[in-house]
Write a protein that binds this ligand. Structure first.
Ligand code: FES
Ligand SMILES: [Fe+2]
Length: 408
């Protein structure tokens, strides 16, 4: 992972404003959005230092003193459970002279001891002791810096912003729809990180449309109806509503106009769509891959598209969930993180097989990596000119609009 990118430079403002003003609605973004250093500096400040990020799941830090690190663009965050069970997000930066405090990505500690001069911090970030410092040292003002944190159905979100977007829509409209899957009582069964030689926006744009699925993802397309136009997918999706209701999986749709959100609030989205006949889960052969989630009473043959913010979409089947994270390394390089959740009491080898669980989204993400990298290569060409979006790319257009609002 590279270091923190430099902050904005003089001239960035005008360059980015010119690009945003020149955007042609209904079209892909201009070349400089992907290639310019000024845009990337702006992306870091306005998108990544402002949005909510999925840092982990509560099952990864079940005991007091358990912690994990969430690293992004040169920043490092300690996500830790204290003795009372509360979870904190603390900057991994010592308040003495700034050393990293935690060096291991995961662990369990009684307290955090800085490796440099051995200042010691409590699990809630408060300064416990500062070796050989005078009595005048005001420990109360030297606690670790705290980041905004939200726990949502067992998922841990953090934000680097002083005043992050409000989580209210997630609580108000999304949580009741996701609650039946009881993601708080799941655990991480697998995770794979795919390095992608492309600007982060190409990963998000790709995820947000299934216009490419028929050509690029035969494995996905034979099981999921979402790559079909609405006149074909619509009846199948309406048919699933009854089956979903019978098993306890919400089939409501928070539609793509985001009606439940005001300025300064997080973007949320939920829709359950159908798998093809014979598919009960997102698996190679259609058979379930793990025990039913939460309080569901059966497999409805559906999948829920869920967004908690712009950067962490997930797909929830009846028996597992798949979460995506788009992590920029630099303007030309990103990491596609994929995380699989199964019910907390599911035992590998007995209740699920890891290879069967990850099969679909592993092959699909490997194909995406290739097409995204070829997309980046073409965008670098002198012959690149932004073309028109297809009707099936409406969510990519939605992302582009959200993005332009953020950086504009
Ligand atoms: S930098 Fe941490 S104790 Fe000195
Ligand atoms: Fe794809």
């Amino acid at each position: 992972m590279s270091g923190r990118p430099e902050r904005s430079r003089a001239g960035d403002e005008d360059h980015v404003a010119g690009l945003v003003a020149g955007y042609r609605e209904g079209h892909a973004l201009a070349q400089d959005f992907y290639l310019s250093d000024a845009v990337f500096r702006r992306d870091v400040e306005r998108v990544f230092m402002a949005q909510w990020h999925l840092a982990g799941h509560v099952s990864e830090i079940p005991q007091p003193g358990d912690y994990l690190l969430f690293d992004l663009l040169g920043e490092s965050v300690i996500v830790v459970r204290d003795r009372d069970g509360a979870v904190h997000a603390l900057a991994n930066v010592c308040r003495h002279r700034g050393s990293r405090l935690c060096l291991e990505p995961r662990g369990n500690v009684r307290r955090f001891t800085c490796p440099y001069h051995a200042w010691v911090y409590n699990l809630d970030g408060g300064l416990f002791s500062a070796r050989l410092m005078g009595a005048e040292t005001d420990k109360a003002t030297l606690g670790l810096k705290r980041l905004a944190i939200e726990l949502f159905q067992g998922l841990i979100y953090v934000s680097f912003a002083d005043r992050p977007e409000s989580f209210a829509p997630a609580r108000r409209v999304l949580e009741p729809l996701v609650a039946p899957f009881d993601l708080a009582r799941t655990r991480v069964a697998a995770r794979i990180s795919y390095p992608v030689a492309a600007n982060w926006k190409l990963l998000v744009e790709n995820y947000n449309e299934c216009y490419h699925c028929t050509a690029a993802h035969p494995e996905f397309s034979r099981s999921h109806v979402i790559h079909l136009p609405d006149d074909i997918a619509g009846p199948l999706n309406r048919a699933i509503a009854d089956r979903a209701a019978a098993t306890g999986a919400p089939a409501d749709t928070l539609d793509g106009t985001w009606p439940n959100k005001a300025a300064g609030e997080i973007d949320v989205y939920y829709r359950r769509y159908a798998l093809f006949e014979g598919y009960r889960s997102g698996s190679e052969d259609g058979r379930p891959v793990a025990p039913l989630l939460g309080g569901l009473t059966g497999w409805d043959g559906g999948a829920s598209d869920v967004y908690v913010g712009l950067l962490n979409p997930m797909l929830v089947y009846s028996d597992h969930a798949v979460i995506y994270r788009f992590i920029p390394v630099d303007k030309d390089t990103s990491i596609q993180d994929v995380i699989w959740l199964v019910r907390e009491d599911a035992v590998e080898g007995r209740d699920y097989d890891r290879e069967r669980l990850v099969w679909l989204w592993d092959v699909t993400t490997q194909s995406d990596k290739l097409i995204i990298e070829k997309n980046q290569e073409g965008i670098r060409s002198r012959y690149y000119e932004p073309g028109p979006f297809a009707p099936m790319e409406s969510y990519t257009q939605w992302f582009v609009n959200c993005y332009l609002n953020l950086i504009g």
